[in-house]
Write a protein that binds this ligand. Structure first.
Ligand SMILES: *Cc1c(COP(=O)(O)O)cnc(C)c1O
Length: 231
């Protein structure tokens, strides 16, 4: 399916999920996850109206998005895959946000690298809600410590939480994962009321409607927009 038609279909499904759950579609950001897809496909999605893109690997993102960002200064790019220390410097100079902050070590690394920035780097803390790869912080104690750590670096600014639901057809399990992210956000917001917890990045091609019903503010869509990936 052409990207433009796929995008229209996704927007209809977002609308329908919003009607079902009494939400405003304007409160849900749509990210195009472009890993393994070409610059030409990304350009097509841009032309269709996508302004936020997500990539999982730093090197691939540098190659594709360095020219694209020069061409489209308003394009926003977030990292959504786990970040290795030796890639942190390149990540900080390319990405506008890091959604996959999944351990304390990477917070210090990013904090040090962003010390001189005039605009702080927006980050999301990744909470593990059951997905197999087990990335992300595991409980509220870890997230409290991570939040304290982020607050100690002026170059970083918290924007909220991110999760991957378990990859399963069992929608009850998926819904429970999203509910647990919302619950965790509420706990963090009461413990750290002066932080911005407004972003809840949850929902992918397979489960974004459930995520919207449960309160997602940012859905990360790859396959439903660009088609299958061939790594
Ligand atoms: C690949 C990826 C996505 C998009 O997955 P689709 O199922 O293709 O929509 C979303 N989030 C993360 C973290 C990913 O790695």
């Amino acid at each position: 399916m052409p990207i433009r038609d796929a995008l229209r279909r996704i927007q209809e499904r977002i609308q329908e999920a919003c009607i079902r759950s009494g939400r405003n579609p304007a409160a849900i950001q749509l990210m195009g996850v472009s890993k393994f897809h070409s610059a030409a496909e990304i350009e097509e999605a841009w032309q269709g109206g996508i302004r936020l893109f997500g990539e999982s690997r730093v090197q691939e993102a540098v190659e594709k998005f360095t020219p694209l960002k020069q061409q489209h200064p308003e394009l926003e790019l977030h990292l959504i895959g786990s970040l290795q220390r030796n890639k942190a410097k390149a990540a900080v100079s390319l990405f506008d946000g890091i959604q996959s902050v999944d351990r304390e070590g990477i917070i210090s690394e990013l904090g040090t690298l962003t010390a001189q920035r005039d605009r702080p780097l927006g980050i999301l803390l990744e909470f593990h809600t059951g997905e197999e790869t087990k990335s992300g912080f595991l409980d509220e104690e870890q997230l409290y410590r991570a939040t304290d750590k982020v607050l100690s670096y002026p170059g970083l600014v918290l924007r909220g939480l991110m999760t991957l639901a378990p990859y399963t057809d069992d929608t009850a399990q998926v819904r429970a994962a999203f509910k647990s992210l919302v619950l965790m956000r509420d706990k963090l917001a009461s413990r750290f009321p002066s932080c911005d917890w407004s972003c809840l990045s949850m929902g992918m091609s397979q489960d974004f409607e459930i995520a919207i019903e449960e309160g997602s503010t940012l859905i990360r869509i790859g396959t439903a927009l660009f088609g299958e990936r061939y790594p």
